[in-house]
Design a binder for this molecule. Structure first.
Ligand SMILES: [Zn+2]
Length: 230
């Protein structure tokens, strides 16, 4: 990770739940843009900067969020699984249908959809890796822990992992600590907790399990609206 060059730093900004705005190699990418979630600091789509690309990990409403509205406003491309991309195209969105494991080039970034152990209606649920020259970022989507995370970490040298810790629908703090151990990123940022009472896993418990498992990854806990710069 480096930020020399034109002085415009890359960042990962959390809007609560699974929604992130990521700037890497001067491209602005939104992942799972439910930006009107109960914890989000945003009320209106026009508070967003210009969005080059939107990535949707699966079609549950808390991940699809305001994708259609945002894509129309900024004329952004949407990367998602083939089946969901087809549905979006029907709504007039410039969508790029991809599938798990196949690297695609979009806006000069390499995007790789990963498996996610979860459910969805259209297409498979996924996570996503964004590889730019400045950083390699893994957003796990909604998922349980799975052993292939270790391979993902080895193959793609993850700088920043964004992992669900809320439990109930996804990994909880204990499972996410194991995931971190396997992925071995430089930085881990927890997500998908605290939005509703039922996803009650906390960063404090996550930190406790990271320590218990002897994981050396740096834990960065963001508040909704905060960014981690790289
Ligand atoms: Zn889901």
């Amino acid at each position: 990770m480096s930020s020399d060059g034109d002085g415009s730093m890359g960042y990962v900004k959390w809007y609560g739940h699974a929604a992130f705005e990521i700037k890497v190699d001067d491209k602005v990418v939104l992942i799972d843009p439910w930006i009107k979630n109960p914890k989000s600091p945003l009320k209106y789509i026009n508070e967003l900067p210009k969005i080059d690309l939107i990535i949707v990990t699966h079609d549950h409403n808390d991940h699809l969020g305001e994708t259609v509205e945002i894509a129309k406003k900024f004329n952004s491309s949407v990367v998602t699984t083939f089946e969901l991309a087809n549905e979006m195209r029907g709504q007039g969105i410039d969508s790029i249908g991809a599938n798990i494991g196949g690297p695609i080039k979009a806006k000069d970034l390499t995007i790789i959809l990963t498996p996610a152990v979860h459910s969805s209606t259209a297409g498979s649920p996924t996570g996503v890796i964004i590889r730019g020259s400045e950083a390699s970022i893994y957003h796990a989507g909604d998922t349980g822990v799975f052993a292939t995370m270790e391979l993902i970490g080895k193959m793609y040298s993850i700088d920043i992992a964004l992992l669900p810790i809320g439990g109930h629908f996804t990994m909880g703090p204990y499972e996410a600590a194991w995931a971190t151990k396997m992925i071995n990123p430089k930085v881990v940022i927890p997500m998908h907790y605290g939005t509703f009472p039922v996803i009650s896993g906390s960063p404090e418990e996550f930190e406790k399990y990271l320590k218990t498992l002897g994981v050396s990854t740096r834990l960065v806990v963001l508040k909704p609206g905060e960014k981690y710069e790289f």
